[in-house]
Design a binder for this molecule. Structure first.
Ligand SMILES: [Cu+2]
Length: 394
């Protein structure tokens, strides 16, 4: 029997496990997303509301060329300026969860301007039912097709095979209106555009454990047991894993958790060419080329799960602000009271990706629209909660 433990108030909407969505909820979600792709934004390039949200994610990553923990050096003609320079504004530091909580909420509020009942479902990476539900032609679309990549490692090393390519059918194919802005679809290692079509190299259902879905449930359960925020953030983002015996392993060429999911949907492998020291990871698809990743609607489900795990970690006796970096401890933008770009009153200006200037694609952000990590700690203040936080099986 299921009972409500802490019933949601009238104004609180519940983000559900994607496998629990009704057919109507799935079609409402898809319809709201695709509507955002047709609505005007406030950017000077006249790209859609959805596209300018993508531009925010791209712009955040131009504050540091050292992407993916330094595994990839982002080509950049024009560097960023302002206090946020020197660190990715949205990843690899303490602000990863606060920044994405704010970002997801803004996306969700935009969806709700289309349909007030829509919330962002989450993808529980450890749930074996998820992949078939998400990658359905009638929901977020299947794997890409038509391309097989064989990556051979020298000196008798392994051979990796990736099957995927452009997504040519379903709700998010170009034929059905999902056209990506090429300037917001850059390969992270070369800055060349991936074009106008969503690209996926979804992990094979036959992939060995650790290289496919679902992710290890025991490991996911350990994430929310992390003793402190810094460990929790690194664990859920995927910089480290914590083994059953409590030892930590750095996740470098083979990522973990959130980073692993990006990689298993979009396709990325260690670079077999040791001379390319600026590209130690090769990424092929949309969601694994991180600046461009929100062009794949799966992005929102993946990040809703990271946010859910954070809310569960917080609910587990860690609601306060005492867990977060005090000013000056972390890179600017990632401490509790720092302003997070782009909600920083214009203090910092992003750089380019290659020669592509991201700025004309960005929405107009009011100078008094300021968000700091401390403003993001209470997820209920955004008007949502998660099904796992309101339902408990006795
Ligand atoms: Cu992500």
């Amino acid at each position: 029997m299921t009972m409500l433990k802490a019933p949601a108030t009238d104004t609180t909407l519940v983000r559900k496990n994607v496998v629990e969505l009704t057919a109507q909820e799935k079609s409402d979600f898809v319809h709201a997303i695709k509507t955002l792709k047709t609505l005007p934004g406030t950017n000077s390039k006249n790209v859609s509301l959805y596209d300018e949200l993508v531009a925010i994610h791209s712009g955040a990553m131009t504050f540091d060329k050292m992407q993916l923990g330094g595994l990839v050096i982002l080509p950049q003609d024009t560097p960023s300026t302002g206090p946020a320079t020197g660190a990715d504004a949205a990843h690899e530091h303490g602000g990863f969860l606060p920044w994405h909580r704010e970002y997801l909420s803004r996306f969700e509020k935009a969806l709700q301007s289309v349909n007030p009942k829509v919330t962002v479902p989450y993808w529980d990476w450890a749930d074996p039912r998820s992949v078939d539900v998400i990658f359905d032609a009638n929901f977020l679309g299947t794997n890409g097709t038509g391309s097989t990549l064989i990556i051979e490692f020298p000196d008798g090393g392994a051979t990796i095979r990736l099957d995927g390519g452009p997504v040519v059918s379903g709700n998010f194919s170009e034929a059905n209106g999902w056209t990506i802005v090429p300037d917001l679809h850059s390969n992270i290692g070369t800055a060349e555009t991936l074009g106008t079509t969503l690209i996926r190299y979804l992990a094979s259902p036959n992939a060995p454990a650790g290289f496919g879905f679902p992710l290890d449930k025991a490991e996911t359960d350990r994430i929310v047991q992390s003793p402190d925020y810094a460990t929790f953030r690194r664990f859920v983002e995927g910089e480290i894993t914590i083994n059953a015996d409590g030892t930590q392993t750095e996740c470098l060429n083979i990522p973990c958790n959130h980073n692993l999911v990006h990689s298993l949907v979009g396709g990325s492998v260690p670079n077999p060419n040791p001379n390319e020291t600026n590209r130690r990871i090769l990424s092929f698809g949309t969601i694994s080329n991180t600046p461009a990743s929100p062009n794949d609607p799966v992005f929102w489900l993946l990040h809703a799960n990271a946010d859910r795990l954070w809310a569960e970690w917080q609910k587990n006796g860690r609601k306060g602000s005492e867990f977060y970096a005090v000013p000056g401890t972390e890179r600017y933008g990632h401490n509790l009271n720092d302003k997070m770009w782009p909600w920083d009153g214009g203090d910092s200006i992003p750089g380019s990706i290659g020669s592509t200037d991201i700025r004309p694609y960005l929405p107009v952000v009011s100078p008094d629209d300021i968000v700091r990590p401390i403003d993001t700690l209470d997820w209920r203040s955004y008007g949502y909660t998660y099904d796992t936080l309101v339902k408990r099986v006795p």
